[in-house]
Design a protein around this ligand. Structure first.
Ligand code: URA
Ligand code: SF4
Length: 226
């Protein structure tokens, strides 16, 4: 499974790389919300600049806050292993969260914190330009799925514009707590390889200047704004 674009498939690779580095540095120094005072390390996100898939979780937990890297604790290992089972290497995707600093005691992020942090994710999506956004848990789901409970809409795919789709999934930590959700998590993730292949076909056709394959979202579509 090839989950990454070939080098130089998108224009301005070096510029995008620099802008992403700058954004990550900005996050590490950010003081925009009170979570800055309780964090150890901010966690901007990590992964491939040319990723076709971006995973968006909730916020750093204990291990992530210590290490400054996303999804490196128990739920991160579960996520990474589930991907590996499908032949998708963690190094080929990009992984981040809706809030970049750990909420104390892993409480839910507050609306003001989500608001304060939102612009970083908007910029990450624009720079990486993923075809597929996988939302992990209800806070990141809400950004692209305006209605519906996660128990109802996990596994659903939605066209969010600019040639992008969003796939809603349970949070891996929730999956680890509940066997039914764990089975759903694995089943929903199994949709990814076919979605990645479709995205790669659309990318290849667009690179050749051809019409997009039937059913592929058009890169010129407006971004969906919740
Ligand atoms: N849970 C999240 O939502 N994000 C992480 O990075 C780790 C755990
Ligand atoms: Fe800044 Fe986001 Fe961290 Fe708040 S959570 S301090 S907005 S990076």
């Amino acid at each position: 499974m090839q989950a990454v674009l070939p080098p130089d498939a998108l224009p301005g690779e070096e510029m995008r790389r620099q802008l992403l580095r700058r954004l990550e540095d900005e996050v590490r120094a950010c003081q925009r919300c009170p979570l800055a005072t309780t964090r150890t390390c901010a966690v901007p996100g990590e992964g491939n600049l040319n990723a076709v898939v971006m995973f968006v979780g909730e916020g750093p937990g204990f291990d992530e806050d210590r290490l400054g890297r996303p999804f490196v604790g128990r739920s991160g290992q579960f996520l990474t292993n589930t991907l590996a089972q499908l032949g998708i290497a963690r190094s080929e995707v990009y992984i981040t969260n809706v809030v970049k600093c750990r909420p104390p005691q892993n409480r839910d992020p507050l609306p003001a914190e989500l608001d304060a942090c939102s612009d970083y994710l908007t910029r990450q999506v624009a720079l990486i330009n993923p075809r597929i956004i996988v939302t992990l848990g209800r806070f990141s789901m809400r950004r692209w799925f305006p209605t519906g409970a996660i128990t109802q809409i996990h596994g659903h795919v939605r066209n969010i514009g600019r040639g992008r789709i969003a796939l809603a999934m349970f949070h891996p930590a929730a999956a680890l707590r509940n066997p039914t959700w764990q089975a759903a998590f694995i089943q929903d993730m199994a949709k990814l390889p076919a979605l990645i292949e479709r995205a790669q076909r659309a990318n290849a056709a667009a690179a050749r200047g051809e019409a997009l394959p039937a059913g592929a979202p058009h890169p010129g579509d407006e971004d969906y704004v919740a």
